[in-house]
Design a protein. Sequence first.
Length: 317
Amino acid sequence: MKKLRVFFVSVIIAVMSFTLTGCGKKENVEQNEVKEPAFAEEQNLVYSNIKEEFEAPLYAFAEDEDKNPITIEGLEFIPHNLKYNFKNWNISEPDENGNVILSYECDTTGEVEFKISEKNTRKWFYSYSYQSIYPFDYYTGDIYRANKVSLSSSNNIMENGIEEKNNEEMKYTDVVWNGKTTKIGVLEKYTFNGWGEKENLGKEGEFYHCKNTFSLTISATISMPKDYDGVLIALYKKGGTKEGFERDYENQQEFIKLQKEANESGEKSERLSELEKEKDTVHKLINTNDESRKDRKVEDYFVFKVTDAFKTENNEG
């Protein structure tokens, strides 16, 4: 067996944060109209301390030399969590348009541990999939569109299909709340920092017991108006799962197949256009009317206030 690639399962589920003061339910006296409530207040979001370490499950699996997931007889993976630590928070000075750049990093570290029968002779590689963090909006609950860029061939961002190299442009979301539109841009870069040395933990009957460690860093930049206080962050507590990985892998394979056909023929199929539209759709963190979000609940997430990252012992914000 050999160490190999990292699969990033990009199901839109996690989240990000800036200043969390938000507006609640207000009444316009002149027009005698009640404005819509903020999503975070309506959902009674509970916030976690962004300065602490957080964990969510990762899903480990085997693959062949062509990066296809495979089943290996006599192989058992031991469950582990991926650890998340935020760091290097910064806010730029406003530019000529009055926008600032919020930037930060999130270090993730984890282990892949397994037992493999000595009878196995097939060549295979171990890898893992996980859930990332995503920015979303305090007022509307919209998960911001983000350009996710892999800086390593070992890291596969599954929602991208065929990845564009050196594409570092932000993707933007128009957040509309109480008649006002705010443009938010997000760029996320994923750097796989590599595996450690594989540890042999001994033999148990006919099974060899092994494990290895790894780390990956997410670097994010968010463009927003200097006075905007609606950016949050969330992490899906259930993390990576076998069902989620298999669903996203199947979707990725279809997407790549259609992309290759379009590149060869010069014509984009109707199905490819549909998939591209779906991938650019803005979803809410929780939405019972959305097929992809209907089963999500508030308690399924760690939610963070970005302002907490800038607090000190002598300055509680």
